[in-house]
Ligand binder design. Structure first.
Ligand SMILES: CC(C)(COP(=O)(O)OP(=O)(O)OC[C@H]1O[C@@H](n2cnc3c(N)ncnc32)[C@H](O)[C@@H]1OP(=O)(O)O)[C@@H](O)C(=O)NCCC(=O)NCCS
Length: 153
């Protein structure tokens, strides 16, 4: 398994983008932006990570990251994050941000294990007005609020 920059048609990565975000409207709006890293073993792409710039100089955002369900729990997500950190440092980045649903306890754990700190909550970020289905729950918690994490580079 190695991590490399992805240059091919991003539509091939749609299932991974959709694994990371329940809103196809949102995914379609951003999936062409920035750069994408993939974890590849031969012909198999096991995971992806998308890095986009922000309005602030030196601040990058992980806009999407996912590992195929069959390949989760083997350290691939961690390796994708580390590759993103290396890539953003090379681009003179000093801060990396990423956001996830407050309802997704597993993701809250994953990002904190990768050295991210929470710094902002956006209430009601996920709802029909932003393209998310109504009354979605994650482990019994309503999908509603967003947690924004940061990591110094
Ligand atoms: C989140 C995700 C990318 C993690 O990838 P992964 O390859 O399974 O993660 P790793 O094997 O590298 O795990 C790294 C650490 O995070 C922990 N972790 C990962 N997913 C976790 C989860 N759902 N619940 C609890 N801990 C989790 C691992 O246990 C591991 O902990 P350790 O450092 O104590 O060993 C993957 O689960 C995924 O694709 N999820 C669905 C898409 C998604 O939610 N993307 C993020 C949207 S914001």
């Amino acid at each position: 398994m190695h991590i490399e920059t992805y240059h091919a048609d991003r539509d091939a990565l749609l299932p991974l983008f959709e694994l990371a975000d329940d809103s196809l409207v949102q995914v379609r709006a951003y999936m062409s932006l920035g750069e994408v890293l993939v974890a590849r073993a031969g012909e198999t792409i096991a995971g992806h990570l998308q890095i986009v710039g922000t309005n602030a100089t030196g601040v990058f955002e992980i806009k999407s990251v996912a590992v195929r369900e069959t390949h989760q729990g083997r350290g691939i997500g961690r390796r994708l994050i580390e590759a993103a950190v290396v890539r953003c440092r090379k681009r003179n980045g000093h801060r990396l941000i990423v956001s996830t649903a407050a309802a997704d306890i597993g993701n809250l754990r994953f990002y904190q294990r990768q050295g991210f700190r929470m710094y902002r909550i956006v209430q009601d970020a996920f709802g029909p007005s932003s393209g998310y289905p109504e009354a979605v729950q994650v482990d019994g918690i309503p999908l509603r609020d967003q947690v924004v994490f940061e990591r110094a580079l």
